[in-house]
Design a protein around this ligand. Structure first.
Ligand SMILES: [Zn+2]
Length: 106
């Protein structure tokens, strides 16, 4: 995964996760995990991030070496202790997904 894609994927997860708490319903086609977002939509977001980096609007931070630091932190505590300001399970779709995944795990 390139740096631009990593940022685009993180932006996507945060955007979709925060949308419900902000009274916004995103498009059904894009309200999915990054890997399931339509390819043209993903390509557009990656190209947008590349443009923002090229224009010095954003500067990539260090990649998280720990893939466990990708959740919202409400259902599954993150090693870095961060919690998303998303409202948690029931309000946030990402947290609800995490909760569903956790309850499936024996
Ligand atoms: Zn959340």
């Amino acid at each position: 995964m390139t740096t631009a894609e990593r940022i685009a994927a993180a932006f996507h997860a945060a955007y979709e996760g925060l949308a419900p708490a902000n009274g916004y319903e995103t498009r059904k086609a894009s309200a999915k995990p990054w890997a399931e977002v339509p390819e043209n939509n993903r390509a557009l977001m990656i190209a947008t991030v590349e443009a923002l980096i090229a224009n010095h609007v954003i500067k990539p931070g260090p990649a998280s070496g720990d893939p466990a630091n990708t959740g919202h932190g409400h259902v599954r505590p993150r090693p870095d202790g961060a919690k998303a300001r998303c409202g948690g399970p029931g309000i946030c779709s990402q947290c609800s997904v995490e909760q569903a995944q956790m309850s499936k795990t024996p």
